[in-house]
Design a protein around this ligand. Sequence first.
Ligand code: 13P
Ligand code: SF4
Length: 303
Amino acid sequence: WPVYAPYVAAINRLKKERNAVILAHNYQTPEIYHCVADIVGDSLQLAKEATKVDAEIIVQCGVHFMAETSKLLNPDKTVLIPDMKAGCSLAESITGADVRLLRERYPGVPVVTYVNTSAEVKAETDICCTSSNAVQVVESFGVDRVLCIPDEYLAQNVAAQTKVKILTWKGHCEVHERFTAEELLAYKEADPEIEIVAHPECPREVVEIADFTGSTSGMINYVKDRKPPKVLLVTECSMASNIASEAPEVHFVKPCNLCPHMKRITLPKILDSLCEMKDEILVDPAIADRARLAVERMVNLKH
Ligand code: 13P
Ligand code: SF4
């Protein structure tokens, strides 16, 4: 930690001077999550918080689609991301042209897009969803068929919880697709006390054997509330590190996988971002209004 101290001090000072706020996703490293973030959360929480921000500058510690979502909801604010290359395999799996082709193939079928997509893709769709509200969003249309794209596994996991027929796409999260039921069952067999807590971007077979499935914040709340003696968090590695201090009685069992995109964000890059006011997120005005509508429809859904 001493190695981080000068960065933490400089970032927190500059944040005040610039009237900036740092929004950080639950997958950010502990020194970002605990020492410089003003608001932490899952994708839905960050999107909602982005609508309430007073500061003139938002520094998004997360991946590109998250920063783009903040910009859509705050068109008059400056939104910075410390590394423009922080992408997402799901966001990269589909384009706006792909969605237009899907609409031609399934005329009249509502299109729900996971927030893990570009603004260009959001602009082609009816409403966004996140891992914490996907079932509610799918059911909000009151129809019997909905396209839920681009995450095939999230769509299958939603389909298991609703009567609505879910059509999907072949996108996968490169972090969660690597978990297998076989490896998790081996842990459970070795120690039946271990609870398996999985993100819905995991394959269906993994979710089927999990004791709990939910968004990143849903998983955190489950662990903090229930305090199981041993937990296997089937998700990105930093989650366990971030909550370890708040749940000291819980033993976090490996394995976990790293998201290389989330890990592009570091304290030196955050400092650089605030010093140089870079990299600024800009959204093409030709798509911004339609993409914003899809995000706002989700944010405004009653819970
Ligand atoms: P959450 O919305 O659950 O935070 O998930 C975002 C994400 O990218 C998970 O891989
Ligand atoms: Fe995208 Fe997966 Fe990384 Fe989340 S963990 S940002 S879904 S690649």
